[in-house]
Design a protein around this ligand. Structure first.
Ligand SMILES: [Mg+2]
Length: 412
């Protein structure tokens, strides 16, 4: 073979290799530290340095929304019933949440994030992914971007933020959590797999406590243990999720920063201070929740076709019932009518309710879609009950988190 030919072939191989190597992205995950509690301590100097428990009252079966770091040393954490929190930390100062104030500060924080890059994906009021690839291409090192962001948040809001930077979302998110509070961890390109290997499998988002238990029983304890498994094992263990989970374990996932997070549902729920079974009382509560949802839909210019009712019984059995309406709606009366239609079928004198919720979803203009596609959308919404994705930036809930996770539900 002529030398020229051989060089051509070599060049082709190199070129195809370069083309198939995706360009490196730089992703920053920023997460404020003990956000609600930190805002309370910021606004009220008397709370600084003290164990603060933001949440509902212990008498009304409230839960901890956020505990300050001073309270966390007593073993208090979010989503814990306030009663248990007070038992562990009797000197804890209970503060009712002020969502309006948190939202105000959240807006300031998101503006700071947006001054770094347009490519931001908020995950909650105090947490977002930022794609900083452009800034890095412009000559800044990822560490400089991160330090600058932390400084800006501190100067403009008085709060501390923990930051992780890596070439993908999974690693960035794990990093930001590693040295909280006021943490900063950067994983250099190429170091992802080695960084992840010694960490517990539960650090990977989407691997909940139940899966962790199952994996540990199989001898898979670290992310490294998992990454070493053959492809077949992933397929058997995770089914359709296999590829995504494997990529995350290897530190190679390519999930993009999604800037437009679609609102999928609007919902409101409430936990009663004591269990209720009087139909009149339940209907009244449903009306109040329907009113909240309707007001929110109206403010957002949304109309939905699916009405969902969520209920939790005295024994913690939790279920949802859904109905698809002939036309989209945002009115309180229509939402209530259908929600009540769903709930009234579930009533009997033996059944006491501890929680009620109302949600509206299916916001897509279904007439713009072929019939088959609209059906699929309905189905996928049924697969994912509205309440799995509460609207993050408009907390409609009387209590930000339910008292106990739904049975079988995995936290991410
Ligand atoms: Mg946070």
């Amino acid at each position: 073979m002529a030398l020229n030919n051989r060089l051509d072939i070599m060049a082709d191989i190199i070129k195809s290799h370069v083309d198939s190597t995706p360009s490196i992205r730089h992703i920053l995950h920023a997460d404020l530290d003990a956000f609600y509690a930190a805002v309370e301590q910021l606004d009220n100097p008397e709370l600084r340095g003290k164990p603060v428990l933001v949440g509902g009252s212990p008498e009304n079966r409230g839960v901890v929304a956020t505990a300050s770091y001073e309270a966390r040393v007593f073993g208090v954490h979010s989503a814990m019933p306030m009663k248990s929190a007070v038992r562990r930390c009797p000197q804890g100062i209970i503060v009712r949440p002020r969502f309006g104030r948190y939202k105000e500060i959240s807006n300031m924080i998101m503006d700071i994030f947006r001054s770094v890059t347009d490519l931001i994906e908020p995950l909650s009021m105090d947490e977002a992914y930022l794609d900083i690839t452009q800034a890095v291409a412009g000559g800044l090192r990822p560490l400089e971007v991160a330090l600058d962001l932390k400084k800006q948040v501190k100067e403009e809001t008085g709060l501390t933020v923990s930051v992780g930077v890596a070439t993908n979302k999974t690693v960035a998110k794990i990093c930001s959590d590693l040295n909280k509070p006021d943490g900063l961890v950067v994983v250099a390109p190429g170091e992802e797999e080695a960084f992840l290997a010694p960490l517990a499998v539960g650090k990977i988002s989407g691997i909940g406590p139940k899966t962790v238990e199952r994996l540990n029983r199989d001898g898979v304890e670290t992310i490294g243990d998992m990454a070493a498994q053959p492809l077949e094992w992933f397929a058997n263990t995770f089914g359709v999720r296999a590829e995504g989970v494997r990529a995350r374990a290897l530190g190679t996932d390519r999930d993009e920063v999604h800037t437009h997070r679609e609102t999928k549902s609007v919902s409101a729920e409430t936990t009663f201070s004591s269990d209720r079974n009087d139909p009149e009382v339940l209907r009244e509560e449903l009306a109040r929740l329907a009113g909240n949802v309707a007001r929110h839909l109206e403010n957002s210019g949304l109309q939905g076709r699916t009405v969902t009712v969520k209920a939790r019984l005295a024994d913690f059995t939790t279920f949802t019932r859904q109905k698809t309406l002939p036309a989209r709606t945002a009115t309180e009366e229509t939402i209530l009518e259908h929600a009540w239609g769903l709930l009234s079928k579930e009533l009997n004198p033996e059944r006491s309710f501890r929680l009620l919720g109302v949600g509206v979803s299916s916001f897509l203009e279904s007439t713009a879609l072929p019939a088959a596609k609209a059906d699929q959308l309905q189905l996928s919404l049924f697969d994912q009950p509205a309440f799995d994705q509460p609207v993050f930036d408009q907390p409609l809930f009387d209590q930000p988190v339910s008292e106990q996770p739904d049975p079988g539900q995995e936290t991410t």
